[in-house]
Design a protein. Structure first.
Length: 713
C-alpha cells in the first residue's frame, strides 16, 4: 500500500487508484487528511476516518463500519423490473470502475464519489453511487438502474439486507445496561391524528422518509433517511424477531399505502436510466444528534423557505369559534390584543402580531372582510387567512370551477385513477390535480386576492391531497411527489416577497413532512386544542420531530394554543391551560392562541399569562427543546431541555389529569454538570432554590395536568 500526499489532478487521482494504492485524496490546494481508498482483487474500500465502506467484489454486498464500532452488513440493491425483482447480489459481475471515482467539493466539504457497479447479461446495469466526506460520520447512497431501452418502475431500493438468522446492524461496544433497541416510526404526514412512535425490537415497522434505530439507554444509534424529495415517497422497513437484533432492513422509493393516504400504487418512473432517492446513512453516539444532522443535510440540499422576521405570534379563529366565525369575534380579538397584550410582551421581536381567519372566512361579505383587515392593520397587527389549494369540498365533481364561466368542471381538474375516475375522497374532499393549468390559475387568483386585500399570512390546509398518486394532467408528471412539488413551487412563486413587495408568511397545516422548503412553518401534529390529552398528543410529535424546526421549516407549529376553552371541548383547568402554553413555548415555535376572548376567563388567563416576560422571551427565541429520552412508544416523553448561553431550560410535564406526580430528574441524563452548586428558577412564579454540588438528582412535584418551565444555572 502507498500513501500519496499533496494536491492531485483528476488524472493523478484515477491513475493512482488503478495501481491499487491507498490514497490521500486532494481537491485543489485542500488536502484530505483522513480519506483513504484501497482496492484489492476482492474488495474496494473507502475510509474517511469515521466510516469505512467496503464493496465486496465477489458477492456484490456493501459493508459499512464506523470507527466507534457500529456496522451495517450484507447491504445490496433491488429494483422492480416488470414482473421480476432485480437484486444486485443475483448479478455475476461486481466492480468499482476507476473512472467513477471522483474527488468532490460541495456544501458538505471535501469528499469522493464512487460507484459500485453490478452487471449481468441481458439485465439492466445496477449502480450504487456513494458519496463520502472527510470526517463526516455519514455517507449518501443512491441507486441508478440503466437499460439499453426505456423501461419503467414504481419501486427502487438503494439499500436492503435480509438476514433471517443474523443481525444487519451492530452497535459496537455497548453494555447490556444500554437498554433495549428501538426503531423510530416517522409518519408521512400529520393527518388523522397520526402519532410518531419508537418501537422496541422485536418489531416490524415501516417508517416514511427517515428512521432511527437506537439503544434507549446509551442513545447510540443509526439514522437513515432520504435527502432528495423530487420524485419518490421513501419507505424504511425495520424488522427483527429477537430483542436487540435487526434481521431485515430495507430503504426504498415507491411507498404508497394507507399512511401516505394513497388508494392506487406509487407512480412509475420511466426512462433508460432511473435513479432512486438519495439516502443518508449515519451512525452517532447520540441518535438525537443524528436526527438533527439529518435535518441539516436536507437543509443543505434544499433550504427552508427564508424568514427574516421574528417568531409568529397571534391568534387563529378555528379552535375559538370554528364554523361560527364572524366579524365580531375577529375584530374583538384584534382590539383585545391591541389593548391588553400587544405592548406588554406578547409579540415578536419586530412588534408584529398576526390575527388570522381560518376556514369559513368566506361566510363574511366582501365589505366585512375589508373592515376586518382595516381594523387589524389600524391596531398595528397583520391579518391572516386560510386556503386549501388541492382540496375540493363539494359533493358533485360536475360542479363548475369558479372563474371559468362554467367551461371547466371540477371533475376535469381532479386527480384520476387509471380508469379515469376521481380518486376517493380524503377527509371529505376530492383531490385536485396540482399540475392542471386551471388549478394553477385558481390558486394564483385566490392568493393574489389575499395579497391585494392586505393579508400577510396564509394557512394552507389539506395539502396531502396534492401528493396523492394518480394520473395527472401534465403527462410528464408521473408521481404524487412530482405533482406536489409543481403545485407548491408555483404557490411560492405567486407569494414571493420580491414579486408582491412585502414578506408573506406561509404556514402548512395538514401536509406531508417532505418535500419541504415551501413554507415558513408547518404544524408538527394534527389538530391540538387545550386539554392535557391535546398537549400530550402534540408533544408526542415534538418528542420525535423536534429536529424539524429550523431545518426543514423555520418554525414548528404546535397548533391552536387554547388557554381556557375551544369551541368543541370542555373548559380546561388552569394547570391544563398553562401546560398547553408551555408545550407551545418549547416547540420552536409559531405561537397562535385559540380562545374566544369575549369569555371573561379566557381574557383573564391571556392577560396574566401572555405578559410573563420570561416565558414570552423564551418563546421568542424560536428554538425547539430536545427530548431527554425516546422510550415513550407512541406517547410523549415528559422531559425536554434547551441549552444556550443563559443556562439550561427544562420543561417537565405530568399528563395525568387526575393524579399528581413526583418527577425525579437526573442532571447527568440532561447533560448538566452537577459537580458545582446549581441554581434552579421557576419561570412562572419566579421562585429559586439550589441543589448541592455533587448531587445528580432533584425532585419536581407536579399536580394533575401540571407542568413547569425551569431555568438551571
Amino acid at each position: 500500500m502507498w500513501l500519496v500526499n499533496g494536491p492531485l489532478s483528476s488524472d493523478d487521482f484515477n491513475s493512482s487508484l488503478l495501481m491499487g494504492e491507498l490514497m490521500i485524496v486532494s481537491v485543489g490546494e485542500s488536502k484530505f487528511d483522513k480519506l483513504r481508498l484501497e482496492q484489492s482483487m476482492n474488495e474496494f474500500i473507502a475510509d474517511n476516518g469515521l466510516v469505512r465502506a467496503a464493496a465486496n467484489l465477489g458477492d456484490g454486498t456493501l459493508t459499512l463500519r464506523w470507527s466507534s464500532g457500529e456496522s451495517m452488513v450484507g447491504l445490496y440493491a433491488e429494483a422492480r423490473y416488470g414482473l421480476e425483482q432485480l437484486r444486485s447480489t443475483y448479478y455475476s459481475k461486481h466492480g468499482v470502475n476507476q473512472t467513477s471515482v471522483q474527488a468532490i467539493e460541495d456544501s458538505f466539504g471535501l469528499g469522493i464519489r464512487w460507484t459500485f457497479e453490478h452487471e449481468e447479461p441481458e439485465k439492466p446495469v445496477m449502480r450504487q453511487h456513494i458519496r463520502m466526506y472527510e470526517q463526516l460520520p455519514y455517507l449518501f447512497v443512491e441507486l441508478e438502474v440503466e437499460s439499453d431501452f426505456e423501461w419503467e418502475t414504481n419501486e427502487i431500493t438503494p439499500l436492503a439486507s435480509y438476514l433471517n438468522d443474523g443481525n444487519v446492524l451492530e452497535f459496537g461496544n455497548i453494555s447490556e445496561s444500554s437498554g433495549e433497541i428501538r426503531a423510530l416510526f416517522v409518519p408521512f404526514d400529520n393527518d388523522k391524528w397520526v402519532r410518531f412512535a419508537s418501537q422496541t425490537l422485536p418489531c416490524s415497522l415501516q417508517s416514511y422518509e427517515v428512521t432511527s434505530i437506537f439503544h434507549s439507554r446509551s442513545r447510540s444509534g443509526f439514522v437513515l433517511g432520504s435527502v432528495t424529495h423530487d420524485t419518490w415517497k421513501t419507505g424504511l422497513c425495520v424488522e427483527g424477531t429477537f430483542g436487540g437484533s435487526v434481521g431485515r432492513l430495507r430503504v426504498f422509493g415507491g411507498a404508497a399505502d394507507m399512511q401516505t393516504r394513497d388508494t392506487v400504487p406509487h407512480g412509475s418512473v420511466q426512462g433508460k436510466s432511473i435513479v432512486s432517492p438519495t439516502i443518508f446513512v449515519g451512525a452517532f453516539s447520540d441518535y438525537r444528534d443524528g436526527l438533527e444532522t439529518y435535518g441539516k443535510a436536507n437543509a443543505m440540499l434544499s433550504p427552508a423557505l427564508p424568514w427574516q422576521r421574528g417568531v409568529p405570534m397571534g391568534w387563529n379563529s378555528w379552535s375559538a369559534v370554528m364554523s361560527k366565525l364572524d366579524l365580531d369575534v375577529y375584530t374583538h380579538t384584534s382590539d383585545f390584543f391591541h389593548k391588553e397584550l400587544q405592548t406588554n410582551g406578547f409579540s415578536d421581536t419586530e412588534g408584529s402580531l398576526y390575527v388570522n381567519f381560518d376556514a369559513t372566512w368566506n361566510k363574511l361579505t366582501a365589505e366585512e372582510l375589508r373592515e376586518a383587515v382595516s381594523r387589524v392593520i389600524a391596531n398595528g397587527q397583520k391579518p391572516g387567512i386560510y386556503h386549501t389549494p388541492f382540496a375540493f369540498w363539494g359533493s358533485d365533481p360536475n360542479t363548475p370551477v369558479e372563474g371559468t364561466d362554467g367551461n371547466v368542471l371540477y371533475r376535469d381538474i381532479l386527480i384520476k385513477d387509471q380508469a379515469g375516475n376521481p380518486l376517493p375522497k380524503l377527509d371529505g374532499a376530492y383531490a385536485i390535480d396540482p399540475t392542471h393549468p386551471v388549478t394553477l390559475e385558481r390558486n394564483k387568483q385566490q392568493l393574489e386576492s389575499f395579497v391585494e386585500m392586505g393579508f400577510d399570512y396564509v394557512k394552507l390546509d389539506f395539502l396531502t391531497h396534492g401528493a396523492l398518486e394518480g394520473v395527472f394532467h401534465d403527462s410528464s408528471v408521473r408521481t404524487g411527489i412530482q405533482a406536489y412539488n409543481k403545485g407548491m413551487s408555483y404557490i411560492c412563486e405567486v407569494l414571493d416577497p420580491k414579486r408582491i413587495g412585502r414578506p408573506f408568511l406561509i404556514n402548512l397545516s395538514i401536509a406531508p413532512l417532505f418535500p419541504h422548503g415551501y413554507a415558513h412553518s408547518r404544524r408538527i401534529s394534527c389538530d391540538a386544542f387545550g386539554t392535557i390529552n391535546d398537549t400530550e398528543y402534540m408533544l408526542n410529535a415534538l418528542t420525535y420531530g423536534w429536529w424539524i424546526n429550523d431545518n426543514l421549516y423555520r418554525f414548528n407549529d404546535p397548533d391552536h394554543v387554547v388557554l381556557y376553552k375551544s369551541c368543541n371541548q370542555r373548559s380546561v383547568s388552569e394547570a391544563e391551560g398553562r401546560s398547553r402554553l408551555n408545550s407551545a413555548v418549547i416547540a420552536g415555535t409559531s405561537l397562535l392562541l385559540g380562545d374566544d376572548y369575549r369569555m371573561e376567563e379566557a381574557a383573564r388567563r391571556a392577560k396574566e399569562w401572555m405578559t410573563n416576560n420570561e416565558v414570552m422571551s423564551l418563546a421568542r427565541k424560536g428554538v425547539t427543546f430536545r427530548p431527554v429520552e425516546g422510550c415513550s412508544g407512541n406517547k410523549s416523553e415528559d422531559l425536554f431541555t434547551l441549552s444556550d448561553e443563559e443556562g439550561t431550560w427544562i420543561a417537565v410535564f405530568n399528563f395525568d389529569e387526575e393524579r399528581g406526580s413526583e418527577k425525579i430528574l437526573s442532571f447527568d441524563r440532561m447533560g448538566i454538570d452537577s459537580s458545582k452548586e446549581i441554581v434552579i428558577r421557576d419561570l412562572w412564579n419566579g421562585s429559586e432554590w439550589s441543589n448541592a454540588a455533587g448531587t445528580d438528582k432533584f425532585h419536581v412535584e407536579l399536580g394533575p395536568s401540571e407542568s413547569k418551565l425551569l431555568l438551571i444555572k
